[in-house]
Design a protein around this ligand. Structure first.
Ligand SMILES: Cc1cc2nc3c(=O)[nH]c(=O)nc-3n(C[C@H](O)[C@H](O)[C@H](O)COP(=O)(O)OP(=O)(O)OC[C@H]3O[C@@H](n4cnc5c(N)ncnc54)[C@H](O)[C@@H]3O)c2cc1C
Length: 452
């Protein structure tokens, strides 16, 4: 290390990286926080941004602003692409594709997961996932444009397909999105169109399981099912989405039987996650064992086996079936910061212990689920608890205050104040802009494929 202060490089400014850097903010170390995005993103409210309730500013905060008062924390914009563990150096790519390197004494990998299409990456062009701000804005564009296009079409199958929205995956994100789309159709847009009736919009929610929200207790999931059905969401359970194309989706029943095709010009994907490419690179370089999704196996203190100078935190941790939730990432970040601080004092590291503080899911206005140990709340009580928790965890006082004000305004009136969307690059051909396709010749429906 020589006579310089210990250099801690954190890759990823999500929940794990943010909390680790904050806790090191007054320690005798030099911290570099590298992220391929310029802001910390509050993923749990992405669906509200996608459906026009919140703006991108509500759910993200510039990392530079967050650490402006921590003189020992430097934030850098760039995507980590290569690790040289022998010389303890990471290469990162700037947005203009040029590269730079960063040296470290301690490396913390907090790069999270990305959407998985289960070995069908071509689905992504038709069915955006829900992990980044870009995803949220893309979904917002497709959602509101679909109603606009339907308004200009005569009644018939083509118009119906623009008014049909297919959501793959009935976990919390899929459930939240499906409920919100029905609320957009039945409340926000109800009186704004002349040719179509937005309330006719169909929202189809597909999942391979036999119930929605598998991570919640069965009685809470039943309540969510009843609420979704009351909203008009059509549940299609026990099926795998085996093909996605411009015209819609093909599903294959898990229990056998013929494939079914659904016409839907808007398809959204929330069905699975996998490690980001850099995490797979790390596992290769360090010969670290990882699971099928790319989560890296770690020691009890969250360091990589044989590499006490490299930690993994958050969604990327493959140990003890730790859940992919914000609380695990935040606690992991604090734990690693504590290991580093204890190291400075010559004290041994402690083992990581995750404390499960429960989970919550928003279903519709006045209606959410909360599950904390034996405590289970649904309906209005769940909604109130859900709101308080999200406000408490949202980054930045200004974001909290403006989110509360926006929610109150949305509750008071049916309007959504952040519906504005862009149509994309005006130089792109019309096929690409209005069919969401990169390749005009992909309009034919290929043979159905199974995911598993
Ligand atoms: C739509 C959605 C809703 C969710 N809802 C909830 C919820 O209600 N409650 C809950 O507890 N959890 C929820 N989660 C899960 C929660 O958001 C994650 O568990 C949490 O964000 C994981 O934190 P992390 O730090 O591991 O990764 P992330 O928060 O994903 O952060 C990873 C960071 O790494 C950066 N990055 C990735 N690769 C690179 C690279 N090569 N170089 C530089 N930077 C890189 C990314 O830009 C990102 O900022 C939700 C997730 C999503 C997507």
């Amino acid at each position: 290390m020589g006579d310089h202060r210990m250099r801690v490089l954190i890759i990823g400014g999500g929940f794990g990286g943010l909390f680790c850097a904050r806790r090191l903010g007054d320690a005798n170390v030099e911290v570099t926080l590298l992220d391929r995005a310029a802001g910390h993103l509050f993923q749990p409210l992405l669906y509200q941004c996608a459906t026009g309730t919140l703006s991108i500013g509500h759910i993200s905060r510039p990392l530079r602003e967050e650490f402006a008062h921590h003189r020992n924390v430097t934030t850098l914009l760039g995507e980590a692409i290569e690790l040289d563990d022998a010389s303890r150096r990471v290469t990162a790519r700037r947005p203009d594709e040029t590269t730079f390197t960063i040296d470290y004494d301690i490396l913390v990998i907090a790069a999270g997961m990305q959407q998985s299409y289960f070995r069908n990456p071509e689905f992504a062009q038709w069915a955006p996932g829900m992990k980044t701000l870009d995803d949220a804005l893309r979904i917002r564009q497709r959602l509101f444009t679909a109603f606009e296009i339907a308004e200009t079409l005569p009644a018939g199958p083509e118009r119906d397909s623009w008014l049909t929205f297919a959501v793959a995956g009935a976990g919390p994100t899929g459930v939240e999105l499906a409920g919100q789309i029905r609320e957009v159709a039945t409340r926000t847009l109800a009186n704004e169109f002349h040719t179509i009736d937005p309330e006719d919009a169909r929202v189809l929610l597909f999942d391979g399981g036999d119930r929605v929200l598998k991570s919640f207790a069965p009685d809470l999931a039943s309540k969510a099912t009843a609420t979704l059905q009351r909203l008009g969401v059509e549940l299609r359970l026990g099926v795998h989405v085996t093909d996605v194309c411009r015209e819609g989706v093909t599903v294959t029943p898990k229990g056998g039987g013929p494939d079914q095709e659904y016409s839907a010009r808007t398809v959204l994907w929330t069905a699975g996650v996998e490690a980001v490419p850099f995490a797979r690179h790390i596992a290769d370089v360090l010969a670290a064992p990882s699971d099928g999704c790319g989560r890296i196996q770690v020691e009890a203190d969250l360091s990589v086996p044989g590499h006490p100078e490299i930690f993994v935190i958050g969604d990327l941790v493959g140990r003890d079936e730790l859940p992919g939730v914000a609380e695990n990432a935040m606690q992991g970040g604090l734990h690693v910061a504590s290991c580093i601080r204890r190291g400075l004092e010559g004290k041994p590291r402690r083992a990581y212990r995750y404390r499960d503080l429960g989970s919550a899911a928003y279903i519709s206005r006045w209606n959410a689920l909360l599950q904390v140990g034996p405590i289970k709340l649904a309906g209005f009580a769940g909604w109130l608890a859900w709101g308080l928790i999200h406000i408490a965890v949202l980054t930045g006082v200004r974001n909290r205050a403006s989110t509360v004000m926006t929610w109150l305004a949305t509750i008071a009136r049916a309007g959504r104040y952040h519906r504005a969307f862009m149509l994309g690059d005006s130089h792109a051909n019309s096929e690409q802009r209005y069919t969401w396709s990169d390749c005009a010749d992909q309009s034919t429906r290929p043979q159905a494929r199974r995911l598993d």
